[in-house]
Design a binder for this molecule. Structure first.
Ligand SMILES: Nc1ncnc2c1ncn2[C@@H]1O[C@H](COP(=O)(O)OP(=O)(O)OP(=O)(O)O)[C@@H](O)[C@H]1O
Ligand SMILES: [Mg+2]
Length: 274
């Protein structure tokens, strides 16, 4: 597949309904409970094997971005992916999150392959399995923080009173109880990102994918967001893959992997590894 923009959300994810549908609560059998300790032996919520992805440039040349990448992520485990600009990190996240399909190899979300699924099945799989957080919050500007967080629950047909209660609890969890009725423009940058995290997790997806989530934040707000990622990973036993240039965020992950020349390997200390 060529031509999909990879920096920031794809058109699919940017579409309000698509993005706010991330993770439909109770819409499907939960992925088998993983080991909340993130043990590699736990059932992976995400399993990528031999993933290959290439783009065709304007001049017809083939740009091989992912050249056989393997990754398994269990619930309760946070994995950081680092690498140079243009290394293919966003491309990788999009393929992992079923926003795009691999050219070869396999991505399984909760045991279901994304390669052979129809577009419709892929959207449904994504909606019930994956929460996304991007560098820009992509909250719907005409709705309050509470309404934004309720959106995935309403799409999953959770009754409105229950959706409101769950959204309010999540907003409180991310420190935004007093801002629930603010629209995105009435929130600070850090608050907007925390609301975006609450929305991504509203419908209880087993997997959270984040692409430079603190890329636009000042140090203090970035640190607060990073702490939240680490806490929620453990509390909600969600599997997290976070692409970041931020060393302090990477350092909170159980594993730090470096993407280079289409391959993923443990990052060296110079690359942000330990
Ligand atoms: N739709 C596309 N068509 C052709 N080439 C693309 C397309 N999208 C991305 N690329 C190229 O694929 C490579 C990987 O892009 P990607 O956005 O995944 O990198 P990245 O690691 O996320 O970079 P950054 O850290 O700057 O966000 C880049 O060289 C980019 O120019
Ligand atoms: Mg990128």
């Amino acid at each position: 597949m060529t031509g999909a923009p990879v920096d920031g959300p794809t058109p699919d994810a940017a579409a309000p309904a698509a993005e706010s549908a991330v993770g439909a609560a109770g819409a499907a059998p939960a992925v088998e409970a993983g080991d909340a300790t993130g043990s590699p032996t736990a059932t992976p919520v995400l399993a990528a094997e031999g993933v290959v992805k290439a783009y065709r440039g304007g001049d017809g040349s083939r740009l091989l971005v992912l050249d056989g990448v393997d990754l398994r992520v269990a619930r309760g485990e946070m994995v950081a992916v680092v690498g140079a600009s243009g290394a293919g990190k966003s491309t990788f996240l999009h393929v992992l999150g079923a926003l795009d399909r691999p050219d070869a190899g396999e991505v399984r979300l909760g045991g279901v392959s994304t390669r052979t699924a129809s577009d419709e099945a892929l959207a449904a799989l994504r909606n019930r399995t994956v929460g996304f957080v991007f560098q820009f919050h992509h909250l719907l500007k005409e709705f309050s923080a509470l309404e934004n967080v309720m959106m995935p629950l309403r799409i999953a047909e959770v009754p409105v009173a229950e959706a409101r209660e769950r959204a309010a609890a999540l907003l409180a969890r991310v420190g935004l109880a007093a801002r629930a009725h603010h629209r995105p423009a009435e929130l600070s940058g850090g608050e907007q990102q925390r609301a975006a995290v609450a929305r991504a997790l509203a419908a209880d997806p087993p997997l959270l994918l984040a692409d430079e989530p603190s890329g636009n934040l000042d140090h203090q707000n970035a640190e607060r967001l990073h702490a939240l990622f680490a806490e929620l990973t453990a509390e909600l036993a969600v599997g997290v893959v976070v692409v970041t240039h931020n060393r302090s965020l990477a350092a909170r992950a159980g594993r730090i992997l470096h993407l280079e020349d289409g391959r993923l390997r443990p990052a060296t200390p110079a690359e942000g590894g330990v």
